[in-house]
Design a protein around this ligand. Structure first.
Ligand SMILES: [Zn+2]
Length: 73
């Protein structure tokens, strides 16, 4: 299998080094960043960190049979 080529742009900017997409996305939470265009300094929050993001849990199936409204009448 060929490793994908490219870089995680956001993580590369925050960390100040190229981050290859073949590697797992690094945590950038709690890091201080200076906006390239604005010069504004801010701290990356966990909700902005892709490494902290977790997939949503799958919905749980119903434990009992759903009530059929046609049979209830
Ligand atoms: Zn994180």
């Amino acid at each position: 299998m060929i490793a994908p080529a490219g870089r995680w742009l956001g993580a590369s900017v925050v960390l100040g080094r190229p981050v290859p997409v073949a590697a797992p996305y690094p945590h950038i939470c709690r890091m201080t960043v200076t906006g390239l265009m604005t010069g504004v300094v801010y701290v990356v929050e966990r909700r902005q960190c892709a490494a902290c993001a977790r997939p949503l849990p799958l919905p749980t199936p119903p434990t009992s049979d759903p009530i059929d409204p046609i049979e209830e009448t």
